[in-house]
Design a protein around this ligand. Structure first.
Ligand code: PBG
Length: 324
């Protein structure tokens, strides 16, 4: 048999495969989510996320030093708010000496070059576990947006490089942008969770932060997973309103959306390889059904190949180790 083209020519050795590889992961691709708790010298494994930990601030700072030394360039901060500080309006979220604000300051001081991104949403602070203020069993939009804007200014004041609103309220990006401008934070970036779906895969995260909604679900603000065009609409609007980076979340069940958005926008696209996606790999590996290391690299490569310029992932450290 004489063939004009033999595609296997390009697959015949590791050297040739490396030469023609289209998608290459680097530590620059990853955003590392961190869960911070009150206290000193605390490191507690999250039961639904084996191998991932909540740490007190002192140990978080140590961890961030290590992440920087590994070549990782950005962290995404989440804090676990004490129960007695939670209320309907997320008052604690604006406390200049709150755990989030103290964390930003300490990390900035310890590792000034690290890009600090902060979660902006009410759920960790909300007595209802919702991302917004609750009135008559509804999550009210505009009053919530005011708090999100104030929260963003508070994070910027503490030294955040990027605020990352994960709430899906309408109009929050323009309100946050305007509030930042008014307060002279013209360099603070916004990474918007622009297409965030109402997903069952957030379960392990809600367990980590004790932030599960106390009633109902999040379907009046997070998107219906059946929708594609709506993701484009949300994302294009966020860019118009002033988002510097847009995000699709979750990642794995939404690779088509990542590609669609990558093709449509001119800002960096990020994707969140979320807690349930982490937990599935961990669980299957624990059962001996898949090889964890290979699953990590294949998963992260697929997200990048789909079009993500940045990937928030609990596997960041593992990936850097595996990339050697
Ligand atoms: C909420 C928020 C969630 C995550 C990040 N921010 C969960 C939710 O919407 O309930 C999930 C992250 C993950 O699952 O890894 N503002």
């Amino acid at each position: 048999m004489y063939l004009q083209r033999r595609n296997r020519t390009l697959r015949q050795s590791p050297a040739i495969r490396a030469m023609v590889r289209e998608t290459v992961l680097t530590p620059n691709d990853f955003i590392v989510p961190l869960f911070i708790v009150e206290g000193v010298n605390i490191v507690s494994e999250i039961s639904s996320m084996p191998g991932y930990y909540r740490r007190s601030l002192d140990l978080t700072v140590k961890d961030v030093r290590e992440l920087w030394a590994m070549g990782l360039k950005s962290v995404l901060l989440f804090i676990k708010c004490e129960d007695n500080l939670k209320d309907n309006k997320g008052t604690e979220a604006l406390n200049p000496n709150g755990l989030m604000q103290r964390s930003i300051r300490s990390i900035k001081e310890a590792v000034p070059e690290m890009c600090i991104m902060t979660d902006v949403a009410l759920d960790p602070f909300s007595s209802y576990g919702h991302d917004g203020i609750v009135e008559n069993n509804e999550i009210v939009n505009d009053a919530t947006v005011e708090v999100l804007a104030a929260m963003s200014v508070s994070h910027a004041t503490a030294g955040a490089d990027f605020v990352a609103p994960s709430d899906m309220m309408d109009g929050r990006i323009s309100a946050i942008r305007q509030a930042l401008e008014e307060n002279n934070f013209s360099k603070t970036g916004i990474m918007s969770y622009s297409a965030k779906y109402a997903s069952c895969f957030y379960g392990p995260f809600r367990n980590a932060l004790d932030s599960a909604p106390g009633f109902g679900d999040k379907k009046t603000y997070q998107m219906d997973y059946a929708n594609r065009i709506e993701a484009l609409k949300e994302t294009l609007m966020d860019i118009e309103e002033g988002a510097d980076i847009v995000m699709i979340k979750p990642a794995l069940s939404y690779l088509d959306i990542i590609r669609e958005i990558k093709n449509a926008v001119e800002v960096p696209v990020s994707a969140y390889n979320i807690s349930g996606e982490y937990a599935m790999i961990k669980a299957a590996a624990k059962m001996g059904w898949i090889e964890e290391d290979k699953a990590i690299l294949e998963t992260l490569s697929s997200i990048k190949r789909a079009g993500a310029d940045l990937i928030a992932t609990y596997f960041a450290k593992d990936a850097v180790r595996l990339l050697g």
